[in-house]
Design a protein around this ligand. Structure first.
Ligand SMILES: [Zn+2]
Ligand SMILES: [Zn+2]
Length: 237
């Protein structure tokens, strides 16, 4: 599988907000900077099939109305699935109305298919080629979900260190991991949490949602198999 890291930063960072594009088809999170990152490489929006939103903090879907504006002008666009927590459809529709009045109403009806993710949701079953497992994680006071794609790529989403995160490590080869902090909190994992996970799990870790000070500290630590990349980097996994 091909993974393009569209963003690897936290909201307080000079990097784009954490986001990944899988095989040019599945876009995970659409925070600030993600749309421009897609535009930099002349991405063909007609390739997009699904957008997955991990949770409803702005740094994970603030660019979504503008992305939809870019989709709306594409000819030959396939219907697009947007999966996310239960209030996503309502909030996104409201945001689109605030930004662009009723411009999208017809497009939403014709081209967007919402998939509601609930705490009990086990998987997203849309594609034959992709087995997407859903794992509710613990991001303090907001519903937040991690995902496991084809038992290969784990995505923690925003989370503290909890047993559900370990489940993602258990069932993936490489884990795109929230390492926002130097020391973990009840919102986000920290470098200390990664060192704890490392004692049991040897998966490759792709660091994301990094604050800039955390990025520098993590680079200094040179932890084995913890990979720190710049925005825009593409990897074959
Ligand atoms: Zn968050
Ligand atoms: Zn976040």
């Amino acid at each position: 599988m091909k993974v393009r890291l569209l963003g690897t930063g936290a909201i307080y960072s000079k990097y784009n907000c954490a986001s990944e594009l899988i095989d040019d088809k599945i876009l995970v999170d659409v925070g600030n900077g993600v749309l421009k990152e897609l535009r930099k490489t002349n991405y063909y929006f007609t390739k997009l099939e699904m957008i997955i939103i991990t949770h409803l903090h702005a740094d994970h879907y603030a660019d979504l109305p503008a992305l939809i504006l870019n989709l709306e002008v594409e000819e030959n666009l396939k219907p697009i699935y947007i999966a996310g927590p239960k209030e996503l459809k309502e909030k996104l529709t409201e945001l689109c109305h605030i930004y662009y009045q009723d411009f999208f109403d017809k497009f939403f009806k014709e081209k967007i298919k919402f998939i509601e993710i609930l705490p009990e949701t086990k998987s997203i079953e849309i594609f034959n080629d992709y087995d997407i497992k859903v794992q509710k994680v613990d991001h303090y006071n907001i519903e937040s979900y991690g995902y496991i794609i084809n038992n290969k790529i784990g995505i923690t989403g925003d989370t503290c260190l909890c047993k559900e995160v370990l489940n993602i490590f258990e069932n993936s080869e490489i884990v795109i991991t929230d390492i926002s902090m130097i020391e973990g909190t009840n919102y986000h994992m920290g470098i200390d949490d990664i060192e704890t996970i490392r004692k049991t799990y040897k998966n490759k870790i792709l660091a994301t949602h990094l604050r800039d000070d955390t990025r520098e500290e993590l680079k200094k630590k040179c932890l084995k198999d913890v990979i720190i990349k710049e925005d825009g980097v593409e990897m074959i996994i």
